[in-house]
Design a protein around this ligand. Structure first.
Ligand code: GLY
Length: 362
């Protein structure tokens, strides 16, 4: 097992890579703990839960809203949870976002931690202290920075993930490599098949290396005033694509990273060879890279992005693989830029093959 520390203004957090759900009692006071989990996780793993109160929420991004938050707080009140209570979110990114947000506001805040059950939440969503919910279909518009006391990344739990859910997690690992770790990038290029097949050593290394990048950035800039913005590589278009197409977060971030790489190339920052390497790695990991999207809808979604500053947005470019820079660009300039992407008809941004498959599966 490896422990990775985050020291935040809101508290310290220890990420336990390779720890197991059954050891939860070492980190949380079980007699005072309420578990928040989703339907799927409960179905697979309730047998391993400690014997404490369980609040089950549905599943999917669609339930990550204030209505769910109100219902969970009501359940906590009904069960007599007080300021000494402890909340543990057992699940993926949706569960950790809701559980972390509820724990931060219930009775003005109670202690909390997570058992992270998806690859995407182990390498990103559950780590770093962002907890929030969506509003009006827009992502994470309401939320707080507040560090969980611990995040258990139990690799055994990844075995029951549907393949698309697993692959989504690789998008965030590629992101971490692309913004700050050339060795991780090469390792992924060499070991992508083992990664997809959940080779235990490869997965544990990918999760640990990814968390090293993320935690070091969060330790320097917890509240995203500067460097943490680099973690949004691929996310400006990613969030907009997720909203307008309904594909999963990781899939949309994959396509968003390809657009960001293209724009980095167009700006003269990234060589065509490096842009191709990023796209090729994402393809090897079976992630969608070029989607048919409607520029009007995507740009309308970007204009509502919570990271927008007036008519501009902080956009993450690459100046090379593992060298990210953040620059404020006007949203109108992004609009022009995506319409000018190579091979891209005026009314359709790039392309490709995978979207029909992706949609058919859902
Ligand atoms: N997921 C990006 C961040 O935690 O800042």
């Amino acid at each position: 097992m490896r422990a990775i520390d985050i020291q935040g203004d809101t508290g310290d957090s220890t990420i336990l890579v390779g720890e197991v759900l059954e050891s939860l009692g070492k980190y949380a006071p079980l007699e005072k703990t309420a578990v928040i989990t989703d339907t799927n996780v409960r179905r697979h793993y309730q047998k391993d839960f400690p014997s404490c109160e369980v609040i089950e929420i549905g599943a999917g991004e669609v339930i990550k809203n204030l209505d769910s938050v109100g219902k969970i707080c009501q359940r906590l009140m009904d069960m007599g949870a007080d300021r000494s209570s402890f909340i543990v979110g057992i699940g993926g990114g949706v569960v950790s976002d809701i559980a972390g947000f509820v724990a931060s506001i219930y009775l003005r805040g109670v202690r909390f931690g997570f058992v992270s059950t998806t690859l995407l939440s182990q390498v990103d969503a559950s780590v770093g202290g962002k907890n929030g919910v969506n509003l009006g279909g827009y992502k994470n518009m309401i939320g707080v920075f507040n560090q969980p006391e611990f995040v258990i990344c139990d690799m055994n739990l990844l075995k029951t993930l549907p393949e698309r859910e697993l692959l989504s997690g690789f998008a965030e690992i590629v992101k971490h490599a692309a913004i700050g770790d050339p060795r991780l990038f090469s390792y992924l290029e060499e070991n992508y098949e083992k990664a997809i097949n959940l080779d235990p050593q490869v997965i544990e290394k990918l999760v640990s290396d990814s968390l090293n990048i993320k935690s070091s950035i969060v330790n320097r800039d917890e509240k995203e005033k500067g460097e943490r913005r680099k973690l949004n590589f691929g996310h400006t278009f990613g969030h907009a694509i997720e909203k307008t197409t309904g594909i999963s977060h990781g899939e949309a971030v994959s396509a968003g990273m390809v657009i960001a790489s293209e724009l980095s190339k167009k700006t003269g920052y990234l060589s065509p060879k490096e842009a191709r390497k990023i796209e090729s790695l994402l393809k090897k990991l079976k992630l969608p890279v070029r989607l048919q999207i409607d520029p009007e809808n995507v740009l309308a979604a970007i204009r509502k992005d919570k990271k927008r500053i007036g008519s501009a947005i902080n956009f993450v470019f690459l100046k090379g693989i593992s060298h990210a820079v953040v620059e404020e660009v006007s949203i109108n300039a992004l609009d022009e830029a995506i319409r000018d992407l190579p091979d891209c008809p005026r009314d359709q941004v790039t392309v490709l093959t995978d979207i029909s498959e992706v949609k058919n599966e859902s």
